[in-house]
Design a protein around this ligand. Sequence first.
Ligand SMILES: CC(C)(COP(=O)(O)OP(=O)(O)OC[C@H]1O[C@@H](n2cnc3c(N)ncnc32)[C@H](O)[C@@H]1OP(=O)(O)O)[C@@H](O)C(=O)NCCC(=O)NCCS
Length: 167
Amino acid sequence: MEEKNRNQAKRVSDSQVEVSQLMMPQHANIAGTVYGGAILSIADSAAYVCAARHAGPQCVTVSVDQVDFREPIRIGELVIFKASINYVGHTSMEVGIRIEAENLKTGQRRHTNSCYFTMVALDESGKPKAVPSLICETAVEKRRFKEGQIRREHAKELAEKRRKAGL
Ligand SMILES: CC(C)(COP(=O)(O)OP(=O)(O)OC[C@H]1O[C@@H](n2cnc3c(N)ncnc32)[C@H](O)[C@@H]1OP(=O)(O)O)[C@@H](O)C(=O)NCCC(=O)NCCS
């Protein structure tokens, strides 16, 4: 069953998702701009949709990396989350999310955040299960796959160093 799932390769475009959300007063922090947690919550949902389209609905978030808040987002702006699977391992998937804010008065968009979610597919007993391999068709998809692979290798090296140091 695992190998069958593994063999059903899917394209990056099969799972890509774009989610838009208008920033309302309930999304504000005490400074009056948008609360980072509100952005991460929507980004997590977008990452989940990507992972579920690729590997089925039983997926969980195992890690969130490189969350950069480059500039504040204001209440009243439309925030667009573009999520795409960058890389797949055996049971895990790295979903990259590009976040843009649109000023609805001027129509101008700016890139405000990027982050990477690692999602793991689970079987009926809650154990990690193999995910379909990923077909990267464009030059950008191929570059993102290689970058995801490098991030994964760095994360494994770091975990190994911590283990050896008894941390
Ligand atoms: C997801 C979970 C079942 C994985 O269990 P585990 O014992 O770590 O399983 P494994 O060691 O086999 O790892 C599974 C995959 O996740 C990857 N992984 C595990 N921890 C990771 C981390 N911190 N960062 C990136 N990848 C990680 C492993 O490399 C492996 O990937 P691969 O199969 O593609 O090589 C377990 O960590 C879990 O239940 N976490 C909680 C998930 C959750 O509730 N999320 C919501 C948070 S509120």
